[in-house]
Design a protein around this ligand. Sequence first.
Ligand code: UD1
Ligand code: CA
Length: 460
Amino acid sequence: MQGLGAVVLAAGQGKRMRSDTPKVLHRAAGAPLVCHVLDAVKEAGITETIVVIGQGSEVVRAALGPDYTYALQEEQLGTGDAVKKSLPHLSADCQEVLVVCGDTPLLKPETLAALVRVRRETGAAAAVLTSIFDDPQGYGRVLRNEDNMVEAIVEDRDAAEDQKLVQEINTGTYIFTRKALEATICRLQPDNKQGEYYLTDCIHLLREAGSPVTAVIAPAGETEGINTRVQLAAAERILRERECLRLMEDGVTICDPSTTYIDKGVQVGQDTVIYPFTFLEGKTRVGKGCVIGPGTRLSSAILEEGVFVQYSVVVESTIGKGCQIGPFAYLRPGNVLSDQVKIGDFVELKKTTVGLGSKIPHLSYIGDTTVGAHVNIGAGTITCNYDGVKKYQTTIDDGAFIGSNANLVAPVSVGKDAVIGAGSTITKDVLPESLAIERAKQTVIPNWMQKKKEKGEQEK
Ligand code: UD1
Ligand code: CA
């Protein structure tokens, strides 16, 4: 949107959260509250954004990164003061200012766009986004005159008893012409119960000066502010529902959305089925036709098409087409699996590459390892990759067969089509096509039980 800048207020500590973390960095659906707001602003087509920071300014800035302009509000003197601090950072051609609180993560971009449009159409000096709440307690109330025009906003704490009955609340989102904002913001006074400079007072200052102010009423489900952990949990639920809805509309089956936790922005391909108690987190991308869950956590994992994962955890790993994972597998960061790989029950993998069609079906730890194609790793195989000081690499070449309960003491390599006898502890490299076996010779004493019994009889 040309000539329009957004100011996002994110300088408060959020006392009602009772937290060491600045409120706007508390997470819902996998992202900090303020990121939901910034995304909505961006999706509404607004490119100039100033974030007002103060409490924990360095952590907030670090979390949001270099894409925004930051204005510092060193002392939290109120929302009016916060906006004032942003004004010097607005670009010269910015004629309109959208103000949004960093703690209203449910706002949708189309609602912001509607607010902008209505102000432009009516030519008002400002437009306020409002909602009708069953329980308006804690919010600023919107006061209208007999012609239904917005006259003022009164904060909950400053409201008279009859004003508290008003159910139309201020959502904390507004659009002002830059001129109207600059003309009123320097006239704010901290003459209220909290002794703060309220941005909301700009509204009656504009009305006093005879400037028209309009309002847009947004659905209540989009405008709740987060001041407490209870409100945070409520927002989390709504955002998660939205993510499930988005994926279902894109052709993903979600058996039970109420027990499926999908972070904002996770991608899932068509005809994938997600079973209950599943978490898809971070930058996870799931291909088409996969079956995920039940009981699975994928964290920044990339799954190609047709992957099956059940009761497993996959973190920062890439899984090729048609792989089967679990139940009860744990893929720690840094694994790359080719197509058609099978990782079975009680297998832990770390920083390991596995080639086409290889199988690690049960009870293994494979770390810092390169496994070739069509390798079979028997139950109980351990790569001993750590000597207490350093980590070492293991290489298992194409077609190798590792017998059950083998220890591969790294650094070590097993050649192409080589075989490791079950129970061996392998400390030296194994040449291709050879058999390596490290095992004491088995001794069998015939009729041992009988002899034992006879000895017992004699001693009686
Ligand atoms: C504010 C509104 C209230 C509205 C509600 C909607 C005012 C005076 N009140 O109240 O009418 O119903 O939002 O959710 O504006 N902030 C700063 N600097 C400050 C103070 C606040 O950056 O000095 C930021 C906070 O970090 C927060 C936002 O502004 O993201 C809103 O502040 P908050 O204290 O939560 O205001 P409310 O009491 O909820
Ligand atoms: Ca608030």
